[in-house]
Design a protein around this ligand. Structure first.
Ligand SMILES: CC(C)(COP(=O)(O)OP(=O)(O)OC[C@H]1O[C@@H](n2cnc3c(N)ncnc32)[C@H](O)[C@@H]1OP(=O)(O)O)[C@@H](O)C(=O)NCCC(=O)NCCS
Ligand SMILES: CC(=O)OC[C@H](N)C(=O)O
Length: 315
């Protein structure tokens, strides 16, 4: 980390940069980062007032407000910068490019992790707001003017309000044909049967809860319920709906503290496959009482019937 590296970064990231002296004297983004390093050093020593004062003076000079608590990586470049606000618990990785008017904001009123984590190599366009303790994956791009409130997978491009995935689309079904890898009809039949079984189990669970039938152990039913509600926090960023309501979860089987989650994906061939299965795995493991989890993904096209079908089941 050093001033030379910062100047090189300005040349790498801004085609308008002409000379080192210009970069040193006329780049508010660099001034803000330099001031932040001082403010953050105070903050880490719990010298909160001097930390805040440095950040405040830098804000007055640059128009960029970085809370002293924010963690900022190396070679982060804030171009132009006016109106940029970076919150206290935000974490910004290395080689991130931030344009003017970007807000890395919080959505909670509690003193918890409430600002985003921006991984290495992300680009955030002017005026974009990234809100809440979400992660924007490595190398992702956030379009100018977007409002992003859901996690963004690595390498994805998100645009609009609310933020939606853009860029090269995974055309449903088509890529499979391109690969000469036709959908397996047997698998589809099995998958449909699992859906049906899932619906029957849902009804059975309701009956068990109401004491109409015995059977599954109460703890397993309770754990299954907790897992289902935990999975409602896993949002498919392509459509902004959680995986349960979307009908991506075909079944949850609990045996003691081992869990099997059977799921389908809206698109089988895009980068979201790893992202979503990873989120589902982590969220299930977070549920108290779960020791291990297996995720089984069915290679089967998803359609909106699943979403509406799922809503019928839940009604
Ligand atoms: C999002 C961005 C990074 C481009 O990423 P990309 O992966 O190259 O995406 P593309 O240009 O292929 O665009 C993908 C789609 O998103 C749309 N799109 C791009 N930027 C958008 C934006 N900011 N808002 C809404 N839609 C946008 C495109 O029209 C395209 O739509 P289509 O697929 O229907 O044609 C770029 O558009 C952007 O916003 N960069 C920020 C630059 C900036 O802030 N400059 C200001 C300097 S002060
Ligand atoms: C205003 C703007 O587009 O800035 C981006 C960059 N500094 C450039 O000059 O291209």
């Amino acid at each position: 980390m050093g001033i030379r590296e910062d100047i090189r970064t300005a040349f790498d990231k801004d085609p308008a940069a002409r000379s080192a002296i210009e970069v040193i004297c006329c780049y508010p983004g660099l001034h803000a980062i330099w001031a932040h390093r001082i403010a953050h050093a105070f903050y880490r020593r719990r010298l909160y007032f001097p930390a805040r004062l440095v950040s405040h003076i830098a804000r007055a000079l640059t128009g960029i407000e970085i809370h002293p608590g924010a963690k900022i990586g190396r070679r982060v470049f804030i171009d132009h910068g006016s109106g940029v606000v970076i919150g206290e618990t935000a974490e910004v990785g290395d080689d991130v490019l931030i344009y003017m008017g970007v807000v890395l904001g919080g959505t909670a009123l509690e003193q918890t992790k409430r600002h985003p984590t921006i991984e290495d190599g992300v680009v955030i366009g002017s005026g974009a707001s990234v809100l809440g303790p979400i992660t924007v994956g490595r190398g992702a791009k956030i379009g100018a003017g977007s409002v992003v409130v859901h996690p963004v997978p690595a390498g994805a491009t998100v645009v609009g309000v609310p933020g939606r995935l853009a860029g090269p689309k995974c055309r449903k079904g088509q890529e499979r044909l391109d690969r000469g890898d036709l959908p397996d009809p047997m698998l589809r039949v099995v998958s449909r049967m699992l859906d049906r079984q899932n619906r029957i189990e849902e009804r059975l669970r309701a009956m068990e809860r109401s004491g109409l039938v015995g059977g599954k152990r109460q703890e397993e039913i309770a754990l299954e319920e907790s897992i289902r509600s935990a999975l409602k926090e896993v949002i498919d960023p392509e459509v902004g709906i959680d995986v349960v309501d979307l009908g991506l979860i075909k079944g949850i089987t609990v045996q003691d503290s081992s869990v099997l989650v059977e799921m389908v994906l809206t698109t089988a061939t895009c980068p979201l496959v790893d992202y979503l299965t990873d989120r589902v795995r982590r969220r299930v493991l977070d549920v108290s009482g779960v020791r291990d989890v297996e995720i089984r993904v069915f290679d089967e096209p998803w359609d909106w019937d699943r979403f509406f079908g799922q809503r019928d089941v839940l009604r």
